[in-house]
Ligand binder design. Sequence first.
Ligand code: HEC
Length: 150
Amino acid sequence: MKKTITKVAISLAALVATGNAFASPASQALEHAVQAGAHIFATDTFGGHEQSFHGTRTTCATCHVDGGRVMGHLPNGKKIPSLVNAVAIFPRYNPRMHKVITLETQIQACVRNGLLGHAPAYGSQTMVDLVSYLGSLAHGQKVAIGGKPR
Ligand code: HEC
């Protein structure tokens, strides 16, 4: 009995030491999706061969500076919004498409028009990861559909 208690105490201590004491499979899966999304955001060209204005291959991060945390500019001076509240302000009316669009549709538009790539399908793992990453940037903010990007 005493041995068992010691064993349990040791394994609990090991869990706490590795920071995994309360990490449920659910939170680990979400954290994994966020990390994967951050990686896709920084590195994926979606099959596009567009040379970016920085002379490197175009990814989301080419236009959306610092992982989307700050505002950027296109070479023609057009503002690129930060993505810190994107998850909170979609769905939103898009004047060019003349309709209300979701965040996923905006991401697809950026892949097609910005990267000249193949847009990830709704519900695909890539889309889930990207939305998870953007969700992590906006975590804790009030939902305000139709709002303005920061
Ligand atoms: C060539 C530059 C460029 C690239 C590359 C690009 N975007 Fe964008 N993105 C923009 C611009 C400009 C806007 C502003 C809205 C518009 O004009 O469509 C925007 C808007 C957005 C928005 C909406 C922000 C808001 O709150 O209004 C999201 C979300 C977004 N981009 C995600 C992405 C993701 C994810 C990728 C990579 C798959 C990506 N973008 C690649 C230029 C780019």
